[in-house]
Ligand binder design. Structure first.
Ligand SMILES: *Cc1c(COP(=O)(O)O)cnc(C)c1O
Length: 369
């Protein structure tokens, strides 16, 4: 009998859940802040990388090493600003993505800092706005080339709107750091013209690969703050998310029978099949078919046959399990076993960034110690 199965009583009807460990988050924030030798501007875009902004923001709000939070879209920014107000948290919110003029009044009223990518924006922003200038040092996604950024930053400064200047690495995870240092040098050169406002550039890969960046005020590690950093071996990080589903049905099938759509798996022996209420509509990847394992009843077991939209089947033969028990799809189980999201990434060829942010809306995110 799985000891955690009783705690489902806390959340009636929940048959899947993502436990979000506050302790793991705070540990990662502190570790990364020490590595960067700076406080963090914590990216909580895409519902906090799938972890649930409502589970993560309170931890970030309380953390001494988190100076502010950042999101990708205006909707996310307004939701986060509202949430931080409820939490009585006065840390700033930065909108990384571009915004349209008709969105400015609401964003400015909510105190959200805007990212400026053009001279026209710098001239048209309403008085009272707070803005950060984005510099394109090679990513070519957003921002101004350093030569044009100077004029735009000066316009923002003249108007008293400039709160920061920032840029973004395009391949800080590469073993060869030459391009990253070139990007950083171009950024630093520009910053001479903008003392006294916030300067920042480092994402997860930069914090872990390049070390403390001279002259920066903040670091912006996203994925690694959630305890995951695939290309760079970092045992200090603790994954904050554990995804589980309850066994909804158990039954025996005979040797020779096939399981799930298209009969990809033929049973070699009489098999106890546990059916779990999680599938690709919940973000458990269909591509994991044929490769995936889960943690069930204290053991690692194979997923049988094709992953369905809402369900999948697991070999539970010989395990002491009953309907209602929680099974771990990734994360840590109550026996201390770990199934790392990077294993799922290897099985599917999908990046951890994708797997985490795909976790669907049917799964409640639950704050855990
Ligand atoms: C998402 C994002 C980050 C964080 O990137 P990670 O690779 O998750 O660390 C930092 N800065 C900007 C501008 C981003 O959009």
């Amino acid at each position: 009998m799985n000891p955690l199965s009783t705690s489902a009583a806390n959340l009636p009807f929940a048959r899947t859940r993502a436990l979000i460990s506050a302790g793991a988050l705070e540990h990662n924030f502190q570790f990364l802040s020490r590595q960067a030798e700076r406080p963090l501007l914590l990216p909580v875009k895409a519902n906090a990388y799938g972890h649930g902004v409502r589970a993560v923001a309170p931890v970030a709000a309380a953390s001494a090493v988190v100076a502010g939070m950042a999101v990708a879209t205006p909707t996310e920014a307004l939701e986060l600003a509202e949430l931080l107000r409820e939490l009585n948290c006065r840390k700033p919110v930065l909108l990384f993505g571009p915004s349209f003029a008709d969105e400015w009044p609401a964003l400015v009223a909510a105190g959200v800092q805007l990212t400026v990518n053009t001279l026209a924006e710098a001239q048209a922003l309403p008085d009272g706005a707070r803005a950060q200038l984005k510099v394109n040092t090679g990513m070519n996604r957003q921002g101004l080339h350093p030569a044009q950024a100077l004029e735009v930053g000066q316009e923002l400064q003249r108007r008293g709107l400039l709160a920061g200047v920032y840029s973004h690495f395009s391949e800080a995870e590469a073993p060869d750091h030459a391009l990253s240092w070139e990007q950083f040098a171009a950024f630093q050169e520009l910053l001479k013209h903008f003392p006294g406002v916030l300067h920042h550039m480092g994402n997860s890969a930069a914090v872990l690969n390049l070390g403390p960046l001279p002259g920066m005020d903040l670091a912006r590690p996203g994925l690694s703050s959630y305890g995951v950093m695939p290309p760079i071996h970092t045992p200090e990080l603790i994954p904050a998310m554990t995804v589980q589903a309850r066994i909804t049905f158990l039954h025996w099938a005979k040797a020779g029978e096939r399981v799930s759509y298209n009969g990809l798996d033929t049973l070699e022996r009489d098999t106890l099949i546990a059916t779990l209420p999680i599938g690709y509509a919940d973000g458990y990847p269909r591509r994991a078919t044929g490769q995936a394992e889960v943690l069930i009843g204290g053991e690692r077991r194979r997923v049988l046959g094709r992953v369905c939209m809402d369900q999948l089947m697991v070999d539970a033969t010989g395990l002491d399990v009953t309907a209602g028990d929680w099974v771990t799809l990734w994360g840590r189980d109550e026996w201390g076993q770990e199934l790392h999201i990077s294993e799922l990434s290897r099985w599917t060829g999908q990046a951890e960034y994708e797997l985490l942010t795909q976790l669907g809306r049917r799964t409640p995110r639950i704050a855990a110690p």
